[in-house]
Design a protein around this ligand. Structure first.
Ligand code: 3PG
Length: 325
């Protein structure tokens, strides 16, 4: 995908399918996100499948600020963008190891996925970024933002101590306007995988059985040995989302969250009102952004900007996947 250069973005949706992916349609200096794939026949080969409760309303365009200055304040718009990105491939994804809260970095492929994710969202405004406390999510957020057309500088907010807070102050309002705060929160960390952390997924399936391992990985309320179930992960991730992130959206700020397969599954479960049965088949690929529009207190799922073109790549699918990968 080409680098981001457009001056304006319009976010639109085709009435037939709110879960479609959107590809940029550049014309006359603007970018319109139009459906590149849909949940209609033919989309399954791309791994995108609509949730039963997907919405299909046409919404008004969300315009980017026309100048850097005007983009520095919270928008008065009645709608705000929410971008969710699972981190790019990590070194332990590559080795097929259970990772959980072990803090491993991205692979070169993961770095590239983060850059590609950034290109997909380069025209969507971002006022504040949330990431987990884990480096793979933080790398993904930073690399993605390097692609953004506004070229603002993402800056990690340090509040772990009074000194850290004080020593990281910025004393120029102009420089602050050209910055995006990056808030790190352990609550957005990957689900703690307990005694599975560091084990090979295939070997664990061979040892305990494929069904058992699938239950540990995808069931809602069954935790892996001494680890967190998705329900336990949701208790902290969704609470944080409600308490810290929704108020930002309500105030008109556009938010990006770079996090993890399971912390994002729990948030998507909340946003899309999935049942504990439905969430079993919810899978997220690494490095594929998902866009929601927050409008009048509701979240409208817009799919993945500039949809994936390779089979087996998905931002969101409800196809049940049994294979260990
Ligand atoms: O923690 C891990 O191992 C992965 O990031 C997510 O693993 P899962 O697909 O087994 O939930």
């Amino acid at each position: 995908m080409a680098a981001c250069t457009s001056q304006q973005a319009l976010i639109s949706v085709k009435p037939r399918c709110a879960s479609a992916s959107f590809g940029p349609d550049r014309r006359a200096g603007s970018v319109r996100f139009v459906s590149a794939t849909s949940c209609c026949p033919g989309s399954r080969k791309l791994g995108l499948v609509c949730a039963s409760n997907s919405q299909s309303s046409v919404i008004e365009p969300a315009k980017l600020p026309s100048s850097p200055e005007s983009g520095s304040n919270p928008k008065k718009s009645s709608e705000a963008a929410l971008i969710l990105i699972r981190h790019g491939e990590s070194l332990w994804n590559e080795k097929n190891l259970f990772t959980g809260c072990v803090d491993v970095p991205l692979t070169p492929k993961g770095v590239n996925e983060a850059i590609e994710a950034g290109k997909r969202i380069c025209n969507i405004p971002v006022d504040v970024i949330y990431t987990s406390s884990l480096i793979r999510a933080q790398m993904t957020a930073m690399l993605a933002m390097m692609q953004h057309r506004r070229k603002k500088v993402p800056i990690i907010v340090h509040k772990e101590s009074e000194r850290a807070h004080q020593w990281s102050q910025v004393y120029s309002e102009e420089t602050k306007k050209q910055s995006i705060p990056v808030i790190t929160a352990w609550q957005l960390n990957e689900r703690m995988y307990g005694e599975l952390q560091g084990l090979n997924k295939q070997e664990t399936a061979d040892l305990f059985g494929k069904e058992q391992v699938h239950e540990w990985r995808r069931s809602y309320d069954i935790p892996p040995p001494n680890g967190e179930s998705l329900e336990m992960c949701a208790e902290r991730a969704v609470s944080y989302f409600k308490e810290q992130i929704i108020p930002q959206l309500v105030s008109g700020k556009h938010v990006m969250i770079a996090a993890h397969g399971n912390s994002l599954r729990s948030i998507i479960m909340h946003l899309d009102k999935l049942t504990s049965q439905e969430v079993i088949s919810l899978e997220l690929s690494t490095g594929i952004p998902m866009l929601y529009i927050f409008k009048e207190g509701k979240f409208i799922r817009r799919g993945s900007p500039a949809g994936p073109s390779e089979a087996g790549v998905y931002a969101y699918t409800k196809v049940r996947v049994f294979s260990i990968f």
